[in-house]
Design a protein around this ligand. Structure first.
Ligand code: HEC
Length: 173
């Protein structure tokens, strides 16, 4: 009984300590604050598991056709993915270096994510990171699928292709 009471008391002290630490402003929300390795590890695991569990919409039949990939490049430029993630022959905007976590090079991650997972990520975004939900930003499912088709092809898209496919791209207002 004594032992249980001690555990209970410790739990209360710990809860009060946490409340003071977080609500008292001691925790730093600065993007410059380095995360401990354990936090980065845990956040990455939680993100990956969450995407695996939630992503369940399969690609449309026309997925991967040239017209869709080209339309996807145009939408990728118009919706501003290029600012944070870069594109063939286009530099990432300087502010993307200030995001924490930093936006990955999609050329490198395209092969590791299935079309279903990419679709879910672009549609819903990743909470508490700079990755926006493009459904909330006004993209419809067809536009998002075209962006996914383009991202899947990214490793083999040349600078010249990207330039010509996005020649008519206008930023979304
Ligand atoms: C304002 C900056 C910003 C914009 C604009 C943006 N992203 Fe992101 N994106 C991020 C950040 C930051 C992450 C990293 C999130 C993380 O580490 O959990 C990310 C992550 C991703 C991932 C997941 C990568 C992985 O390894 O799991 C994909 C895919 C992605 N973005 C695609 C896109 C596409 C496609 C667009 C445009 C429709 C876009 N992003 C627009 C900032 C951005």
């Amino acid at each position: 009984m004594r032992f249980l009471a001690a555990i209970g008391a410790l739990a209360i002290v710990f809860a009060i300590g946490c409340a003071i630490f977080f609500f008292g402003g001691y925790y730093s929300v600065a993007a410059t604050a380095e995360d401990p390795a354990a936090v980065t590890w845990a956040l990455t695991k939680v993100r990956t598991a969450s995407i695996e569990r939630h992503a369940n919409e399969g690609p449309p039949v026309a997925f991967g056709e040239t017209a869709m990939v080209q339309a996807g490049a145009n939408a990728y430029a118009s919706f501003g993915c290029v600012n944070c993630h870069g594109a063939p022959g286009v530099k990432w905007l300087k502010y993307s270096e200030g995001l924490h976590p930093d936006p990955p090079d999609l050329k490198k991650v395209a092969a590791d994510l299935s079309p279903t997972q990419l679709f879910w990520i672009v549609k819903n975004g990743i909470n508490m990171t700079g990755m926006p939900s493009f459904a909330l930003a006004g993209a419809n499912d067809a536009e998002i699928w075209s962006i996914v088709a383009f991202v899947k092809k990214l490793p083999s898209v040349s600078d010249a292709d990207y330039k010509s496919w996005t020649a008519s791209a206008e930023p979304k207002q």
